[in-house]
Design a binder for this molecule. Structure first.
Ligand SMILES: Nc1nc2c(ncn2[C@@H]2O[C@H](COP(=O)(O)OP(=O)(O)OP(=O)(O)O)[C@@H](O)[C@H]2O)c(=O)[nH]1
Ligand SMILES: [Mg+2]
Length: 460
């Protein structure tokens, strides 16, 4: 379904600002502009040159003046949406921009839905679905690396790889389908060796993309890292130290943290949601008990668990109990308070927990914190992601489509080698292409599209 009505929205954040932008897109953009814009002299605007910045007045359709503005027009074949787009830059400020917006509505525009400008860009073929998704990822990116990954996708790197593979696979499918549709024509049999090479090449490429999809999703969405342990071991102090600010309350009283505290930190480009939890212990106090239950829920869901121990106190039976309880999650063991005389031998603990990484830090002095940060980063995304050109699959939607494409390509390859009939090979090949088409948006339902664009902000 393609909406053709003309949409309008304030595209800049709502609040005070030097300027604020209103965008109008659709067939009626110029007509609406004629009703709500005037020359600085107050005269009506007759000519609408493309891509030229003009000074003017924003008015209500009855002629009363709202603001002094500049405006410019992009014609449909050279605009973001692929339609006529009129952009009006007024003075930033809620009242002012709302008045201009109201004027566009009175002149016949409809308020845009979230992401509708980008949705139109997609529906009009300006960008594919993966690129549209990259637009919102770029806006939402929280770190430099996440920003670069989104930009790489926006500029079409993922789309290009997918398109290349689709094109090659079509070279196999088209002659098979032609032979099926026109059996009387002389269409040469499938060149099985060549076809197998193409299919195996596609599998290889897709596996390359899948290899770092989990890391890509962490970059886009952040990973959760939880600080867990007995009361008073220094979890909150560690959160503050990693964050570089006094965010969580720290006291010498065990049971200080009740509800969890969560902050996003930027670990050299990797966004990490760090969560400080209530100290785990058997307790009667209802509030603390609720905090402990919540801590367990967070621990269960975290991508990475850091179990903090008080090295000055030694390992207690509660520490052992906790470490054993989450053994299969292989938590990282953090020996804190190493500025004090230690009761824990590093060697011994390594011997007792050979599967777990052990790190020594002091939240108080900051010793070992830098190393802990690099360690968490490496645990989450490894070391082989390009800093300058992070080309990664960053969405579960893409990962699942690639996995499915790969599965059907393997069937296709098996079919080719086991001399399956061409019509059956074509079934698997079509399924693989359908899965790949979901990434670019060629084969997605209206529902998926709506769901993707509903995550956008209004005006984008
Ligand atoms: N010497 C020293 N003291 C520390 C260090 N880290 C924390 N402490 C102290 O240990 C006490 C408890 O610290 P918190 O950060 O509140 O400990 P917690 O694990 O969050 O405690 P709960 O919230 O009760 O679970 C405070 O008095 C801190 O100043 C450290 O590295 N060295
Ligand atoms: Mg605490």
């Amino acid at each position: 379904m393609r909406d053709t009505d003309t949409i309008t929205a304030i595209s800049t954040p709502q609040g005070e600002g030097g300027i604020g932008i209103i965008r109008i897109s659709g067939e009626e953009a110029i007509n609406i502009g004629s009703q709500i814009l005037r020359h600085p002299s107050g005269k009506k605007i007759i000519t609408w040159p493309e891509r030229q910045v003009r000074l003017g007045l924003a008015v209500f359709p009855d002629g009363s003046v709202i603001d002094e503005v500049i405006y410019f027009l992009f014609k449909n074949n050279r605009s973001y949406t692929g339609e006529d787009v009129l952009e009006i830059q007024g003075h930033g400020g809620l009242q002012n921009l709302r008045k201009i917006l109201n004027s566009t509505l009175k002149a016949g525009a409809r308020l845009a839905e979230p992401g509708e400008f980008t949705k139109r860009a997609y529906l009009n073929g300006r960008i594919d679905l993966a690129q549209a998704e990259a637009v919102i990822d770029l806006i939402r990116s929280r770190t430099d690396l996440a920003h670069k990954a989104a930009l790489t996708q926006l500029r079409g790197d993922l789309s290009t790889v997918i398109k290349e593979q689709e094109k090659k696979l079509m070279e196999i499918l088209v002659p098979i389908e032609a032979a099926l549709d026109f059996p009387e024509d002389e269409i040469p049999d499938l060149k099985r060796e060549e076809a197998l090479k193409i299919v195996e090449g596609a599998i290889f490429k897709i596996n390359e993309l899948l290899a770092n999809a989990d890391q890509g999703m962490i970059l886009r969405d952040s990973a959760t890292v939880v600080l867990a342990g007995r009361p008073n071991v220094g979890k909150s102090s560690l959160l503050n130290s990693l964050l570089g600010e006094e965010r969580a309350i720290v006291t010498p009283i065990p049971g200080t943290t009740r509800d969890f505290v969560s902050e996003v930190i930027d670990l050299n480009g990797v966004p990490v949601r760090l969560i400080d939890t209530a100290g785990i212990r058997e307790i009667e106090d209802l509030i603390e008990k609720a905090g402990v239950e919540r801590a367990w829920e967070i621990i269960k869901q975290a991508d990475l668990i850091l179990v903090v121990l008080d090295s000055a106190l030694g390992i207690t039976p509660e520490d052992y109990q906790m470490l054993n309880q989450i053994k299969e999650r292989v938590p990282i063991i953090i020996l804190n308070k190493t500025d004090l005389p230690s009761q824990i031998s590093f060697k011994e603990i390594k011997k007792e927990f050979p599967q777990n990484k052990v790190l020594s830090v002091s939240a108080l002095t900051g010793a070992g914190i830098k190393e802990l940060k690099s360690f968490i980063r490496e645990e989450l995304i490894g070391t082989n992601i390009s800093e300058e050109h992070p080309f990664l699959v960053t969405r579960l939607r893409h990962k699942e489509a690639l996995e499915e494409a790969c599965k059907y390509l393997r069937f296709t390859a098996e079919g080719i080698t086991s001399h399956l009939s061409e019509d059956l090979i074509a079934v698997d090949l079509r399924a693989a292409l359908e899965a790949l088409g979901r990434i670019s948006g060629k084969s997605v339902s209206e529902e998926v599209i709506s769901q993707i664009f509903s995550q956008f902000c209004i005006g984008k």
